[in-house]
Design a protein around this ligand. Structure first.
Ligand SMILES: [Zn+2]
Ligand SMILES: [Zn+2]
Length: 268
C-alpha cells in the first residue's frame, strides 16, 4: 500500500478587482460584461507541514495598483491556524506583483523559484515597459536579497518540494511561471496559478493579455491537463468561481477561504 502523504489545500482570497471581460482575453469581443478577478495565496497542509504557494500583496501595493485588498494574507493564514513566522517553505509561482509581495511575512522560509523566472525578471526583457508592467522592482529586489541570504532554492523544470508536492515549469504568461501539483484525497490537484487565470482560459484555449509567449500559454493548458487527474482538478489562479464552487474551510470562512482537496460543490 502506498504511504505517500496526501494534503489539504486551502485557497485564501486576499484581494479583488472589478473589471470588464474584455480585459481578460486577447482578441475578446466581449465589451461591457463584468468579469472580476479574485487574488489568492494557497496553503498546502499535511505531513506535519505547511507549504505556502505565493505571498500576495499588501494594502499599499493594492492602493498603488488599484486593486482592493479584502483581507491581509497573514490574517488568512492565521484563520486556518498557520503562523507565518514558522513557515519553512514558500513556492513562488512567478514574480508578478500579485504573487510575491509581503516580503517580510515569512522570516524563516526558504523560497522556491524557477531559474528562468529570476533570469527574466532581472534581465534584458525588463528594459521593455510592456514586459515589466506586472513586475515591481522592490519585489524583484527582495527576491535577489533572499538569494544573497541563502534563502532561495532554484528549480529548472519539474522538481519535488516535498513527497507529493511538485513544481512544474509552464512559462508563457511569465517566462519562468511554475504550477504546483499536490497529491490529495481526491487525486492529484494542480494549482495553475497564472497558467490559467480563469476556467474559461483553459476550457476555451483563450489567452490572458499579460503574456511573454502565447505559444507556451497554449501548450501550458495541455501540461495542466496532464498533471491533474481530470480538468475538475485544475485550479485557476484568479477565478471568483473558486470560492463559489469549493466548500469553505469552515462555515465562518465562507467567501474568504475554501478547501480545494475536496470535491467542488458545484460544477465550475
Ligand atoms: Zn501573473
Ligand atoms: Zn496573477
Amino acid at each position: 500500500m502506498s504511504t505517500d502523504p496526501v494534503y489539504e489545500i486551502y485557497a485564501i482570497r486576499y484581494a479583488h478587482h472589478d473589471r470588464s471581460a474584455s480585459e481578460n482575453f486577447i482578441g475578446s469581443d466581449l465589451h461591457d460584461v463584468l468579469q472580476p478577478l479574485d487574488y489568492f495565496v494557497w496553503a498546502i497542509v499535511g505531513a506535519g507541514n505547511s507549504i505556502i504557494v505565493d505571498t500576495g500583496f499588501d494594502d499599499a501595493m493594492g492602493k498603488k495598483r488599484n486593486r482592493k485588498l479584502t483581507k491581509p494574507v497573514g490574517d488568512g493564514l492565521k484563520a486556518i491556524g498557520i503562523d507565518a513566522s514558522t513557515v519553512e517553505n514558500v513556492i513562488v509561482t512567478h514574480l508578478h506583483y500579485d504573487h510575491c509581495g509581503n516580503h517580510e511575512l515569512f522570516p524563516r522560509a526558504r523560497y522556491h523559484l524557477q531559474d528562468s523566472e529570476m533570469a527574466y525578471a532581472t534581465g534584458r526583457c525588463m528594459c521593455h515597459s510592456h514586459l515589466r508592467l506586472p513586475f515591481e522592482a522592490d519585489d524583484v529586489n527582495a527576491m535577489v536579497r533572499k538569494v544573497f541570504a541563502d534563502r532561495v532554492t532554484f528549480h529548472d523544470g519539474a522538481s519535488q518540494i516535498a513527497p507529493g508536492v511538485t513544481v512544474h515549469k509552464i512559462g508563457g504568461h511569465s517566462k519562468g511561471l511554475q504550477c504546483v501539483q499536490v497529491q490529495t484525497q481526491r487525486g492529484p490537484v494542480v494549482l495553475a496559478s497564472d497558467a490559467a487565470h480563469l476556467y474559461q482560459h483553459f476550457e476555451e484555449n483563450s489567452v490572458f493579455p499579460i503574456v511573454y509567449c502565447v505559444g507556451d500559454v497554449l501548450e501550458g493548458y495541455a501540461a495542466l491537463r496532464k498533471l491533474a487527474l481530470d480538468p475538475s482538478h485544475i485550479v485557476p489562479g484568479h477565478d471568483p468561481k473558486i470560492l463559489a464552487c469549493y466548500p469553505p474551510a469552515r462555515p465562518d470562512l465562507k467567501g474568504w477561504i475554501s478547501r480545494l482537496d475536496v470535491k467542488p460543490e458545484k460544477k465550475s
